[in-house]
Design a protein around this ligand. Structure first.
Ligand SMILES: Nc1ncnc2c1ncn2[C@@H]1O[C@H](COP(=O)(O)OP(=O)(O)OP(=O)(O)O)[C@@H](O)[C@H]1O
Length: 356
């Protein structure tokens, strides 16, 4: 029996925990590729994100995993409203974010904060830690009324990212800190808004391997203590397994698989996820699959200006059927664990039976 899913997320917890939702969100960027395009005023569109739906829950980490160029950062930027979506709806506590500017939009920007990949680029080199954090506290109305209240707020912020005693850090410039300390300051700056959601775009990928775990453990601690909803963007499926509660896998601008992180990494269903897991250096991994052809998926990700018809993975897929180049697969239940789905015709049981 085939089960097609309508729900946007891999429901493992109560829906009342949902803080932020994306429903059918797309982002297309207009581009001109050649001089001829400029002369003829022809505009192409990069389909960076197409019809993406997911939900972020309080006290829960959702990882968005995929290779470079799959659209992960664009998802984070659209969720932070740094880019306006081309189509679809974003909801905070069920309320659509449809107006830029104004009180409701400011409240959205406070509630949904972003942490970027490169803390050195996101902190201004000519300002101290005190300046960055005080500014963020003031912008979000959390600096208190007196100097003593502001100093206490600064100490609390640095303590929450485990930079203590605060006096050792407050008057330092970004270049006087290590990469890990800089990323902790960037996280503290996001926390100055007292957010409900953190959108963390590759927050550890530019850090030394030896300190990545410390920063991920800090984020996990914040998630538990402050009940933050976290979107963790990464190309590293092993770190997603370690850190996230559930995983969404992106390929060529679309989410192709979702489920709890243990299931997605141990029993990947979509052929693209299998490829991703097989190529990840994870010594604990046991996919338990023996049905993949030896010559597994080859080739490059497709052009996002004219993406392949049907399933976007079909040109690289070792299991591709005729149908895959014609029709785009919906989310289909994999059937091993509740909430585990794949957008792949292999899980449309009647079509597989008909093909064999
Ligand atoms: N402002 C923009 N204008 C045009 N194209 C863009 C823009 N931003 C992103 N893109 C394109 O959208 C696609 C998705 O990019 P995105 O950065 O979201 O992917 P990603 O999965 O985060 O990759 P990476 O891990 O390398 O950052 C890419 O083809 C990229 O070139």
């Amino acid at each position: 029996m085939t089960a097609e899913l309508d729900a946007p997320a891999s429901g493992t917890t109560d829906d009342s925990d949902v803080v932020l939702e994306a429903e059918g969100v797309s982002k297309h960027f207009p581009v001109r590729r050649t001089g001829r395009d400029v002369v003829k005023r022809t505009t192409h569109h990069v389909h960076a994100v197409d019809d993406v739906s997911f939900a972020l829950r309080r006290g829960h980490v959702t990882a968005m995993v995929g290779e470079s160029g799959s659209g992960k950062s664009t998802v984070a930027r659209v969720m932070a409203q740094l880019h306006r979506q081309t189509a679809g709806t974003i909801r905070l506590h069920g309320e659509p974010v449809d107006v830029r500017g104004g009180r409701r939009f400011r409240a959205y920007c406070r509630a949904v904060q972003m942490v970027f990949q490169d803390p050195f680029a996101s902190l201004n080199p000519i300002h101290t830690v005190r300046y960055h954090l005080t500014r963020a506290l003031r912008i979000h109305g959390n600096a208190g009324r007196t100097r003593a209240e502001r100093e206490a707020a600064l100490e609390d912020l640095l303590a929450s990212v485990q930079l203590t005693p605060a006096r050792n850090y407050l008057d330092k410039f970004p270049h006087e800190l290590s990469g890990g300390q800089r990323q902790r300051v960037a996280i503290a700056r996001a926390l100055a808004a007292d957010p409900e959601v953190l959108l963390a775009d590759e927050p550890v990928s530019m850090l030394d391997v030896s300190i990545r775990l410390g920063v991920l453990n800090l984020l996990r601690d914040l998630k538990d203590r402050l009940r933050l909803a976290i979107l963790y963007i990464t190309h590293d499926i092993a770190s997603a397994r370690y850190f996230a509660d559930d995983i969404q896998v992106m390929y060529a601008g679309q989410v192709v698989e979702g489920g709890d992180s243990e299931t997605v990494t141990q029993s990947p269903a979509h052929p693209y996820t299998r490829l991703l897991v097989e190529s990840a250096p994870d010594p604990d991994r046991l996919t338990g699959r023996t049905d993949a052809p030896e010559d597994s998926a080859q080739g490059e990700p497709p052009s996002l200006i004219s993406p392949p018809s049907g399933c976007r993975f079909h040109p690289r897929c070792p299991f591709a059927m005729d149908r895959c180049s014609v029709a785009s697969p919906p989310r289909l239940e994999v059937g091993d664990q509740p909430g585990h789905w794949a957008a792949c015709w292999l899980f449309d049981t009647p079509s597989v039976e008909a093909a064999s």
